[in-house]
Design a protein around this ligand. Structure first.
Ligand SMILES: Cc1cc2nc3c(=O)[nH]c(=O)nc-3n(C[C@H](O)[C@H](O)[C@H](O)COP(=O)(O)OP(=O)(O)OC[C@H]3O[C@@H](n4cnc5c(N)ncnc54)[C@H](O)[C@@H]3O)c2cc1C
Length: 606
């Protein structure tokens, strides 16, 4: 606690004896009933904000909406420029007042906080946490800004923005603090919470020749993904990102800087692994395990179009048989999408196999498709390629050899390694109509259940495209991946699932109420209903299956069970231990049931 805070608290305590009893109790318990907003009498004075600015080395930002240029001149050049940049994830990520998702119909809208601390040090974070707690403010934390559910967005709040805390350093011999000599040193990477995966992979794999398990989308933030659980293309072999966490430094609600690892604060460490970001404190540093890099990574792509509904149902059945017999193992990940118009789109990846081996695996499936030209045609002919693993995230290699696969940050002077997958372009700046997910249990791949699964997938794809993310379920994964992921706070359903089904819909960047750039809310609502119908078809064969905290419905029913299953009570007790007054609130985060939907009013749990 700094001197000024100490003096402020001492002054408050001096008044205690003359206050009426209930208020005295509230202050001494330090558990606010309602957080303050601008205009409230107890909103901090200008002088207080100036003090905070001094405490954080001038890094306090008074926030303005970047959309104001469009409100002032909807047809102006500045507004046009802004909407062009809203398709550049680096532009969004570097703007303190923007989030990658613009909003979600009837759920949330991206709106800036009142002030932000653009933290560069752990000390900045400590000062901001203390200020928010002492002044009873709504606090929000943003790293990569990729929360679909608006968890790094809160109007009328103070934001801690970690984007600038993005250092990355590799170790040959890392031992978590307090673990020597019990734990042998191992290879690891220490990452600032504001770093994104594309830069991390470039450091660890391209330059370091090692592998770290992170996310698929390169512009997602490291701290947000690890705390969500976090899946990347090869999670069936390496586990979740959370499973690779060796140690974190975290500032908790009391302003203390704590180390969390298996030997020091092990409860907090477990909670950070998949317990959901923004709920336990502000992570200021993470150290993740690194692995030996496989020699090759490869990809399989094809799009098969079926000429009739009957043929499409047959195709789905055949693919499920093929998947169950050949691909439920540590080698395979990524996505197959069942699209409207009877199309099966294959965009899968592999590791630990050579190109020839992958071709041999897929030969029977494509042979089967080729055998029925009256029923099927290729909209994209099958392609199976492999390349040295070290090149997968190498910006120079990708721009030269895979130019259609990557896009670049096109701002003047942007770093050359600011690239992103072109497959993620549709999601940049999008406005969501719906987004739901479900872990599909591997029991559905048993021979007597496959037909029911194929029927459900076919029925779902009558309503809306269905994506099967095979890397986001650990069934068939390596023993190490399954065991390390089992030791996290995530819903254990993830261990027995062969895939996470995702069904979502979106519009390009739009903002309700912004002239010329508004979403069509009626269409969004209609689409949301279709998404719900599609998901209900899958739920009929997987009743009670869980959903992934970071990629799920804003309106998820029974979310505590859905996200964490039997782990929720342990997670909640950790939350109450480290944040008894609920300073850290996110939508459907642990302990958020004690608060109003906006996180401003305490409803229960005191
Ligand atoms: C386009 C896109 C692609 C995605 N792809 C994948 C994928 O391949 N695999 C996958 O598993 N998930 C994926 N996700 C989901 C993503 O992993 C989560 O939304 C993740 O939490 C985002 O982290 P962030 O830092 O980018 O986001 P933010 O919005 O900044 O943060 C997300 C949450 O974490 C909290 N948080 C952030 N930093 C900290 C910190 N330092 N300390 C404490 N809390 C913090 C925030 O408060 C917020 O609650 C994707 C999301 C999007 C939008």
């Amino acid at each position: 606690m700094n001197r000024r805070t100490l003096l402020r608290r001492a002054a408050a305590l001096a008044f205690l004896p003359v206050l009426p009893k209930p208020l005295r109790a509230a202050i001494s318990e330090n558990a606010p009933v309602r957080r303050v907003r601008p205009g409230d009498p107890s909103w901090p004075s200008e002088a207080s904000w100036t003090e905070l600015n001094e405490d954080v080395g001038g890094r306090l930002i008074r926030m303005n909406s970047p959309l104001s240029v469009c409100r002032e001149a909807p047809d102006g050049a500045a507004c046009g420029d802004l909407f062009r940049e809203l398709k550049n994830p680096y532009y969004i990520g570097d703007n303190v007042a923007l989030t990658q998702t613009a909003g979600w119909v009837d759920a949330w809208e991206s709106q800036p906080s009142v002030y932000a601390v653009a933290a560069e040090t752990t000390g900045d974070v400590v000062a901001a946490v203390n200020f928010a707690r002492d002044n009873n403010l709504r606090l929000v934390v943003k790293g990569g800004g990729h929360s679909y559910l608006g968890r790094s967005n809160a109007p009328d709040s103070l934001l801690i923005w970690t984007r600038r805390m993005n250092a990355i350093s590799l170790h040959d011999d890392f031992t978590p603090q307090g673990c020597a000599p019990r734990q042998p040193p191992q290879s690891a990477v220490t990452i600032g919470p504001g770093a994104i995966w594309m830069h991390t992979y470039n450091a660890v794999t391209t330059r370091g020749g090692r592998y770290v398990q992170g996310g698929g989308c390169g512009t997602v933030g490291v701290a947000g993904l690890v705390q969500a659980g976090g899946f990347g293309s090869f999670s069936k072999n390496f586990g979740t990102a959370a499973a690779g966490l060796l140690e974190a430094e975290i500032v908790t609600a009391d302003g203390e800087v704590r180390i969390a690892n298996v030997c020091t604060n092990p409860d907090l460490y477990w909670g950070l692994k998949g317990g959901g970001g923004g709920s336990l404190g502000v992570v200021t540093r993470l150290t993740l395990k690194t692995h030996e890099l496989p020699p090759f990574f490869g990809a399989v792509s094809a799009t098969v179009h079926a000429f009739s509904d009957t043929a499409f149902r047959r195709l789905i059945g055949q693919f499920i048989d093929f998947y169950a017999d050949n691909l439920v193992n540590r080698h395979w990940g990524e996505i197959v999408t069942l699209r409207l118009g009877n199309r099966l789109e294959i965009r899968m990846v592999f590791q630990g196999l050579e190109q020839q081996q992958a071709q041999t695996v897929w030969q029977p499936f494509f042979h089967w498709v080729n055998g029925s030209p009256q029923d099927f045609t290729y909209q994209l002919t099958p392609r199976i390629i492999a390349a040295p693993a070290r090149n997968l995230w190498d910006p120079v290699f990708l721009k030269k050899h895979f130019p259609s696969g990557v896009l670049s940050d096109d701002r003047p002077g942007a770093p050359a390694d600011n690239i992103f997958w072109s497959g993620n372009l549709a999601e940049v700046g999008h406005f969501l109509s719906g987004f739901q997910s479900l872990w599909l249990p591997a029991s559905l791949l048993q021979s007597d259940r496959r037909s029911a699964l194929a029927d459900a997938l076919f029925a779902a794809a009558r309503h809306w495209p269905v994506e099967l993310h095979f890397q986001k379920g650990l069934a068939g994964g390596s023993a190490e991946a399954v065991s390390a992921t089992g030791d996290t706070a995530m819903n254990p359903d993830v261990l027995g699932a062969f895939a996470l089904a995702i069904i979502g819909g979106e519009e390009p960047p739009t903002f309700p109420g912004l002239p010329g750039h508004q979403p069509d809310l009626e269409v969004d609502r209609r689409n949301a209903r279709a998404i719900g119908k599609a998901m209900n078809e899958l739920k009929s064969v997987a009743p009670g299956a869980g959903s992934y905290f970071a990629e799920s419905d804003f309106f998820e029913p029974d979310w505590q069970t859905s996200y964490w299953g039997p782990n929720y009570s342990r997670l909640l007790s950790i939350k109450k231990k480290y944040d008894p007054d609920g300073l850290f609130f996110v939508h459907h985060g642990v302990g958020s049931e004690d608060w109003s939907a906006d996180g401003f009013t305490r409803l229960s749990g005191r």
